[in-house]
Write a protein that binds this ligand. Sequence first.
Ligand code: NAP
Length: 304
Amino acid sequence: MHDIIIIGGGPAGLTAALYACRAGRSVLILEKNTLGGQITWSPKVENFPGFSSISGLELADLMTVQATNCGAELELNEISNISEENGVFTLSTPYGDSYSCRAVIIATGAKAKKLGLEHEDALIGAGISTCAVCDGEFFRNKVVAVNGGGNTALQEAIYLSQICSKVYVIHRRSEFRADSAVVDSAADRDNIEYILNSTISAVHGDGKLSGVTLRSTVDGTEKELTLDGLFIAIGHEPENGFASQLIRLDQAGYADSGEDCKTIYPGIFVAGDCRKKEVRQLTTAVADGAVAALAACRYLDNAR
Ligand code: NAP
């Protein structure tokens, strides 16, 4: 049995592991997809103190190595349920495995949102993607669009502008949510064109994306746009359903906790983008990781 199991191996989970291991606890990180979480797909991170510019993948690797060097164990597995009896938590997977521990840190981050359009699922991997770093190369010298107006959308557009012949940025408003430094950097690219005040009302393609229908948010008029690729970057949503019987989630599914990273269930802590908070950034995720780990260590001290 481990002292602490951390569900999720993104920046919050890896930082929690670092702090808990350094406090002398036995720690297991369970990650269902990719160690490093969302930043793994960020072509460039330029707002993490200490690095003026670093690829998300490289930063994720550095964090992983640092956590494991301190003694954190890592396993790829998915948790679908948590229960507790006599101070011992049992974490079960959909595949029949289970793990036990005395404290849990949920650091599951958030997954990319989809548009919710007909045919969208069928075209994912056939022209539609949620990750420019992963799939951009498939669209070399082709025409693509990025949907969204946040940091992810504009960073992906900048990244794709170096690979693709043309990159449209489709955004539902006329102002961007992205940081002005990123907006300015995108504005410098000649092959990025903005389609503002517009949403995507339909995606088209028989086995492969051929284009989208754009709808004006000003007057509702529609027009067609021919595309080879579409990158959806309209934000993220949490995946905390597996813990909903023990902890409180808000309407959007984010774990309800204060800055102390405690949930209503003693022994369960939350860190990073999966929790209800004002600012979801790499820096706030790693800060949560430290807070949650130290809170979990205090909980274990008091539970003796
Ligand atoms: P975000 O900041 O929430 O932006 C989502 C964008 O998608 C917004 O522009 C939003 O439009 C638009 N949108 C949402 N739902 C939509 C829909 N149904 N249809 C059309 N458009 C829709 O998400 P994000 O860009 O993924 O960033 C998430 C967090 O990570 C942010 O805090 C961001 O700053 C951070 N991040 C940081 C870095 C970095 O380098 N440090 C890189 C990437 C992301 P509205 O603006 O109209 O709401």
